[in-house]
Design a protein around this ligand. Sequence first.
Ligand code: SAM
Length: 314
Amino acid sequence: MSENSSEDEPDAPTQAPSDSPRSPRPPWGEFRKALEAAGFRPSRQLGQNFLLDENAARAIARDSQVASGDFVLEVGPGCGFLSVHLAHAGVHLLAVEIDDRLAPIAERFLDPYPNAKVVVGDILKGKHALNESVLTDLPADGGWHLVSNLPYSVSAPVMALCAGLENPPASMTVLIQEEVAQRLLAKPGTREWGPLTVGVLQSFTAERIRDMAPALFWPRPKVQSTVVRLTRRGSLLPAEARRFRSAFAARLMRQRRQSLARVLKDMFSSREQATQLLTSCDIGGDVRADTLGLEELWGLAEGARGLGWLPEQS
Ligand code: SAM
């Protein structure tokens, strides 16, 4: 989340009604005192838009469909507003927060839940990898879920890198900017259909779950937000093969508005190889890269692998 319109508090953050089952979240006043004591001002760069609305946070925990005993990774717990609902559902929670002013606040609010752990750290290691120490804490068999109100600056890389893991999560339930959600839900031939879409959709199916208005956050973002649930597909290729396909698709999309004949000619040493690849996949050279669906892209990617094409080293 990012792009704040103001740093004002929301009019009335909702709390669970007092007669509902035990509310896991402390009242707003207590939270505000902790933030003031820490001299905290939200950082736009870190996408710090906290989900003050308790019903919305509870809804996301429910949308994720995680259950007691599941392993959940949360990126950016902030003060723990979503985390407490996940912990309350009985999951094993690993919450990774970059801001060392916030982590102790989340930790304190999560104190009643022995299965919840907050670590201070950056979920990313550079631009192209996830934090290794976090990865070693994830179940090796992929029996884990990502549930997060993701900071805007890292939302696309976090989802793409999780999808490219050897053990990708069984599901990712993410609150993201509407514009990023549209890229995950896009169809071929649209402006939004791009490297993020195809990189994630080769391993996951995507559903729009609900929209969230700016008034539910503090500070209010300028844009709408959306909850998307990504569910891992049944059988996946090995990670190396999935990453190759994603890299091939991303390379094609760099010249998305040009004809495939032109793009492939730039990617291969000879025009003949480009023609051979298109013929073997039964795709016309005048077709544009951004109109290809997943099956066509993966057919071309496998053909390109056979012809010895290699992704650029990042
Ligand atoms: N989960 C909280 C909520 O819903 O109220 C906070 C969500 S806020 C949109 C994003 C959080 O991610 C912030 O607490 C921010 O400090 C943290 N964050 C930003 N970049 C991060 C990174 N690279 N690694 C880990 N946490 C990060």
